[in-house]
Write a protein that binds this ligand. Structure first.
Ligand code: C2E
Ligand code: CA
Ligand code: CA
Length: 699
């Protein structure tokens, strides 16, 4: 007994197969890139149902397309079983294709499970016809159809993996093409399987429900169309709303990274950019400009006596007044505290800059009423000119700062133009630079260690090594002051080697004393990071000490990472390949883009303390941003550490935001190496041993 095919229904089955394949491609790509950990299981389950319905419908329509010379029906429960099989297989396929990296074993095992599953669904579906006598299968044809199913599944998995990456060009077109190939393979498998079936003459169909095939095909097609198109639309909506909120968080991050939260004026980073641009313009059009360094007089005493609230309001009013009357070529920025800077463009001679400075003094001296309190402030202003008083932003700000200092010395509420002998800061850095050589040889450097804690359990997850310099005459010099000097003189490479040797020496000693094996973070300056043989150098030092690379994490800042993206990626990968972890430091203060988090595979993000401080002062703003970073980091499986945690309320908010770890004075200040063993013993049982063990996201 032979059957015939209805060509229209065969085409229809091909279309449904195509739609199911395309949905699968979209879902596996989208699930990997965007779904947050929380929603993923739901999307995976929903996606599997929709894809399963699609594959099953294709197969069922294919069966309906085939008609025997006798009335044929389908047993409902066996047909339902084949649908369940299709959904199960789709679940395995989606879960495989949307996670992790592609490897041969993964492809072969995943493809084999899928292929056998699809074939099982097909032959179960055939069983639903309940033929008597039973269908006789030609063995080699069955084997061929199973082989095609396995091969098609592997090809599909491979395509899904390859087209998953976000940087594939013309992704939609390629996915459409891939879906067509998959659809042909799936339908091909189906019709090969049908061809393997031989129906004995005079066979009978014992299944009840002998419905009209065309009508049934229509219903099944309509149903699967609704499910598949609905899934695609829902998913597109979900992905676009996610990417919109990511974009918004990104814009916000950029704004916060370039503006001061309190006064909404541009911050130091923006100022540096603006000055660099003015220097470039000046080189073309020979237009000199001036930098005005403004420091409020007596602000500290107002802040201390009337409270931070009044101080903040006062700063906001002052910022407003500084902004008034500025020409469009000028710019005002806040450096921090009560320090502001105005860049005055087209200042060919002193008079233009002086006019602006006197205008500022006049506006600031008018009475300010805060909380019903009449207040009066004045300011001291220093002026430096480009190119006379400095060649770059740093030098110009130094000179203007020195002139401001001179204005303070001469009785405040006044303006001074820079003169070379004012440069006390320059003199100090000369002295420091001279003495830094001796600091290395004379044992004046030491390391402090600051623990990091798990937010959920408050156990120690590791420590950060921080350098200290005790100068024989000048006392403690802050790293923020001498590291830049060491960088300029090139001595930072030698200092960096010393830090690494010292860290390893301490680790070896703690291990010998039987302390828990915690991981130690080491800061790398941009100069160190860009030394061509960094990895070999680090390796040699570590090997000599016998310490395991997994005990070390290197911290680099955003701006270091962004100097040369290609080289940074390579160096990070090389370090990670050797077992070191790599963290991004001071996150949010530099180029501030969430996008490059996807580019560089950091193990840890350290969110700059200024954002943590914002949690207290401007509640919602800081927390919206932190939660966006936490969500993204979760999806990329990167740990998030909040720096500079000082208050209980910051700690509470970080817990609510599900931030992984924190570091700050609230839990522990940096301590000398000698104190760490005592601290760790007192924390016994509250330590997540061996750094990387805490790499699993908490919660
Ligand atoms: P960093 O890497 O961001 O280190 C954190 C800084 O924040 C440390 O300052 C630490 O003492 C301070 N800190 C920790 N908790 C709190 C808190 O709750 N509130 C506040 N206000 N501050 C907190 P430190 O030790 O002065 O170091 C300053 C910077 O100097 C470091 O910033 C790092 O960039 C650099 N540095 C320190 N040691 C080294 C080193 O060995 N090599 C290199 N290249 N740079 C280093
Ligand atoms: Ca650091
Ligand atoms: Ca930091």
């Amino acid at each position: 007994m032979t059957g015939v095919y209805n060509p229209l229904l065969v085409c229809l089955s091909l279309v449904v197969a195509f739609l199911a394949s395309y949905t699968a491609m979209e879902l596996s790509g989208g699930l990997n890139a965007l779904a947050s950990a929380k929603r993923r299981p739901a999307w995976l389950a929903g996606g599997a149902v929709s894809m399963g319905v699609g594959i099953w419908s294709m197969h069922f329509i294919g069966m309906l397309a085939f008609s025997l010379p006798i009335p044929v029906g389908y047993d409902v429960s066996i047909t339902a079983a084949s649908l369940v099989l299709a959904i199960g297989v789709s679940f395995i396929a989606l879960a495989t294709a949307s996670r992790g990296a592609l490897s041969w074993p993964r492809l072969v095992v995943g493809g084999a499970i899928m292929g056998v599953g699809v074939a099982a669904m097909h032959f179960t579906g055939m069983r639903a016809m309940e033929m008597s006598p039973g269908i006789d299968y030609t063995v080699w044809k069955v084997a061929l159809s199973v082989a095609v199913a396995i091969f098609a599944s592997m090809a599909a998995l491979w395509l899904a993996f390859t087209l998953r990456a976000s940087n594939v060009e013309n992704r939609v077109v390629k996915r459409l093409g891939a879906a067509i190939i998959m659809a042909v393979a799936i339908t091909g498998m189906h019709y090969l399987g049908m061809d393997a079936a031989n129906f004995a003459p005079g066979s009978l169909c014992l299944a009840d429900a002998k419905l009209d095939a065309n009508w049934l095909a229509l219903v099944v097609t309509a149903m699967s169309f609704t499910v598949l198109v609905g899934t695609l639309a829902l998913f597109a909506l979900h992905t676009s709303s996610l990417s919109i909120s990511l974009k918004r968080a990104n814009r916000q991050l950029r704004y916060l990274g370039t503006h001061d939260a309190l006064t909404r004026l541009p911050n130091r980073q923006q100022l540096t950019l603006r000055i660099a641009q003015a220097i470039e313009d000046g080189a073309r059009r020979a237009s000199p400009f001036a930098v005005l360094f403004i420091d409020l007089d007596g602000f500290k005493s107002i802040n201390d006596s009337l409270g931070h609230g009044v101080g903040d309001d006062l700063l906001q009013v002052c910022a407003e007044r500084l902004r008034e009357d500025l020409r469009h070529t000028d710019m005002v920025a806040r450096l921090g505290g009560d320090e502001f800077v105005i860049v005055v463009g087209n200042a060919a001679d002193t008079s233009a800059a002086m006019t602006v400075a006197n205008g500022v003094l006049g506006r600031l001296s008018q009475e300010i009423v805060v909380n019903g309190l009449p207040l009066r402030v004045s300011a001291s202003i220093g002026i430096a000119f480009h190119p006379r008083d400095g060649a770059n932003a740093d030098e110009l700000l130094h000179s203007a700062d020195a002139a401001m200092y001179a204005a303070k010395q001469s009785g405040r509420n006044t303006v001074r133009v820079f003169e070379p002998q004012m440069n006390h800061t320059a003199l100090r850095s000369l002295i420091l630079q001279r003495d830094l050589h001796r600091a290395l040889s004379d044992d004046q450097l030491s390391l402090s260690f600051q623990p990091k804690f798990s937010v959920a359990s408050q156990s120690v997850t590791g420590v950060e090594a921080l350098i200290r310099w005790r100068h024989p005459e000048l006392g403690e010099i802050a790293p923020l002051e001498f590291i830049p000097i060491a960088e300029r003189s090139g001595l930072i490479v030698e200092i960096g080697d010393w830090v690494l040797r010292e860290v390893c020496r301490n680790i070896a000693r703690w291990d010998a004393d039987g302390l828990p094996a915690i991981s130690v973070s080491v800061n790398l300056s941009p100069i160190q990071f860009n030394v061509p043989d960094l990895v070999a150098r680090v390796d040699a030092l570590i090997a000599a000490s016998g310490v395991d690379p997994s005990r070390l994490m290197f911290e680099i800042t955003e701006s270091t990472a962004m100097q040369n993206i290609e080289r940074t990626s390579r160096t990070i990968e090389a370090l990670q390949a050797r077992g070191y972890a790599v963290a991004i430091d001071d996150f949010g203060t530099g180029y501030s883009s969430l996008c490059y988090l996807q580019r560089f595979r950091f193990d840890q993000i350290k969110i700059d303390g200024s954002f943590v401080r914002d949690l207290d002062s401007s509640g919602q703003r800081g927390s919206a941003l932190l939660s966006a970073v936490v969500t993204l980091a979760r999806a990329l499986q990167i740990e998030v550490v909040a720096e500079g945690v000082e208050t209980q309320s910051q700690f509470r908010t970080l817990g609510e935001l599900e931030c992984d770890q924190m570091q700050g004075f609230l839990l522990s200040r940096p301590m000398p190496a000698a104190e760490l063993p005592g601290f760790l013993s007192s924390m016994a049982g509250r330590i997540v041993a061996s750094g990387r063990a805490c790499a699993a996201p908490i919660g």
